[in-house]
Write a new protein. Structure first.
Ligand code: GLA
Length: 426
């Protein structure tokens, strides 16, 4: 029996980066180290804190974060009451118990800075600490949003020049997750990097790293999600800047074209993801009205094969039962949350048909047969794709049904814009 072909050379990217950082750090300290015991002690101390802080980071988001984010449905008009309602709905619908634990406020919560530079929430958020307490009391975690630029994408106050102060405020309020969105910092790059891509890259790394250090300095474990819209191949450097997840492209919209243009463009990125550091193809649109149930199943299936963060983006308190059943299908969610954290890849693309697969911890393989066509299509699953001749155990995770064993290959009828999602056990 052959295991899947795509080995993950850096499945433990974070750990590798960590030790590389450490080696270069030690090397940087090495010359003086030999000369002075005091410095040697200091270096050891720094090493210890480095390891400790990276260890904290590595423990965060060991599986892709799951929860809810306000942006896709509420936009910049989000309020304290909406966030509380989302927290209540996560608890009441059972979604929290399926793993959706982050309640993330996106852009639109910010007010003005005080004279001493303290960022205050706007009138729709009377008391952030009380809101965090409310969310925590329901067994959930609170997320917030800011930008490394002077302004956020919706034109609100950003964190530029106030990183440490803002990180402290977030920690004081009880925030557990920060989405840090490049927005107006792009303008800063245009103005200050003068078209020099290396300088722009250095600056971008620097501002994202700066907020990471500020968060770490608070001592509160805060998941760090950066959003640079795929700029400058963020997947190659974001985890070194301390990010637990990074956006791989532009904003998602509530329609099949947008979801699939983004989702099926994630090929080749799997080697950059792993426990504690994830590619983020953006949030879910399920339940917002623009996707049919088949299209919604396509998004959740693909995102789960991609080990993507699963942040529902709909109005949870007014969700229809189809959307809830899709979002809350635990067999699918357990593919996304598989503890080994190996992101899946495309195995085959033929016109509008795609086959993606992902190795799971117990040796089984999750396989998605996708039909991007507007009519039904038969897709043949040939086990040779995975170096197998037969599989005894086949589970259809949307139907919650075991299927007969497969010898060689089997053909599945896949609905228009739909998916058949299987777990096969070699
Ligand atoms: C950007 C991000 C979105 C959202 C908005 C808020 O467009 O990509 O996800 O956060 O900003 O203004």
């Amino acid at each position: 029996m052959k295991s899947l072909l795509w080995k993950q050379p850096s499945a433990h990217n974070m750990e590798m980066v960590t030790s590389e950082n450490l080696i270069s750090m030690v090397a940087a300290f090495q010359c003086p180290l030999n000369r002075s015991k005091t410095i040697s002690f200091l270096a050891m101390l720094i090493m210890f804190f480095c390891l400790a802080s990276r260890a904290t980071l590595a423990q965060l988001a060991t599986t892709p974060p799951m929860g809810w984010n306000s942006w896709n449905h509420f936009g910049a008009k989000i309020s304290d009451a909406d966030v509380r309602a989302a927290a209540d709905a996560l608890a009441a619908t059972g979604m929290r118990d399926s793993g959706y634990i982050y309640v993330n406020i996106d852009d639109g919560w910010q007010g003005k800075r005080t004279e001493s530079g303290e960022l205050t929430p706007n009138e729709r958020f009377p008391d952030m600490k009380a809101l965090a307490d409310y969310v925590h009391a329901r067994g959930l975690k609170l997320g917030i949003y800011s930008s490394p630029g002077p302004l956020t994408c919706a034109g609100n106050e950003g964190s530029m020049g106030h990183e440490e102060q803002d990180a402290k405020a977030f920690a004081k309020w009880g925030v557990d997750y920060l989405k840090y969105d490049i927005c107006s910092y792009r303008k800063v790059l245009d103005q200050e990097a003068h078209g020099d891509p290396d300088l722009a890259q250095q600056m971008m790394f620097g501002v994202f790293e700066r907020m990471h250090s500020a968060l770490q300095a608070t001592g509160r474990p805060i998941v760090y999600s950066i959003s640079q819209h795929g700029l400058s191949r963020g997947w190659t450097w974001a985890s070194q800047a301390g990010a637990n997840l990074w956006r791989t492209g532009d904003d998602i919209r509530d329609n099949y074209l947008s979801v699939t243009e983004i989702g099926f463009a994630q090929g080749g990125l799997s080697k950059f993801a792993g426990r504690g550091h994830w590619n983020d193809p953006d949030m879910l649109e399920i339940g917002n009205g623009g996707l049919t149930p088949d299209e919604a199943r396509t998004q959740l299936s693909l995102w789960s094969l991609l080990a993507a963060p699963l942040l529902a983006g709909n109005n949870l308190s007014k969700m229809d039962s189809d959307s809830l059943a899709i979002l809350n299908n635990r067999e699918v969610l357990s593919i996304d949350q598989d503890p080994a954290g190996r992101q899946g890849s495309r195995f085959c693309a033929e016109g509008p048909l795609e086959i993606w697969a992902r190795d799971l911890t117990d040796g089984s393989i999750a396989v998605g047969l996708f039909n991007r066509n507007q009519g039904p299509v038969s897709i043949s699953l040939d086990l040779k794709l995975f170096g197998l001749k037969e599989v005894a155990k086949v589970r259809d995770v949307w139907l919650h049904r075991d299927l007969p064993p497969i010898q060689g290959s089997r053909t599945f009828l896949v609905a228009p814009h739909g998916v058949v999602l299987l777990v096969i056990h070699p």
